[in-house]
Design a protein. Structure first.
Length: 145
């Protein structure tokens, strides 16, 4: 299905928009987790799950309304389900990359003036963002004509 209400947005601009939506979703995720767990004393795993799903919902809404113009599965239950599966794949990839980076990066207190774990997390986040963008765009937000 091709949405003709938007002009064709270049790939680089889609990626910028995807990054903006991810930043908003991450900020919301972390704030919601903090309030739920530290203010409302909700179980850490419940707070993590609710915050993650909220962030994923935010990026999904941005994806279908602002980032991508084409939706291969618009109006089907499969679209949000596959979006969730890709997101969970990103979480798995993030953890695998963190595990790998923590083993291969120098065992020093800081890397490039950042705490080592934080540097590894930022590096993994950048790679997972690229994975998520490519996977979602290719699987959900392009059409084959």
């Amino acid at each position: 299905m091709n949405n003709t209400t938007h002009h064709n947005i270049p790939l680089w601009r889609q990626f910028i928009r995807y990054s903006v939506s991810g930043t908003i979703a991450t900020a919301t995720d972390k704030a919601l987790f903090y309030v739920m767990h530290y203010t409302l004393d909700i179980n850490v795993y419940v707070a993590t799950t609710v915050a993650f799903i909220t962030g994923l919902a935010i990026t999904y809404i941005f994806s279908i309304t602002w980032i991508f113009q084409q939706r291969r599965m618009a109006g089907t239950i499969a679209e949000p389900f596959i979006y969730l599966i890709i997101g969970l794949g990103g979480v798995l990839l993030m953890n695998v990359l963190m595990w790998l980076f923590m083993r291969v990066m120098p065992d020093t207190e800081t890397i490039m003036l950042l705490p080592r774990n934080f540097f590894c997390n930022i590096t993994a986040t950048l790679l997972v963002t690229i994975y998520n963008f490519i996977a979602k765009r290719l699987i959900l937000f392009t059409t084959h004509e």
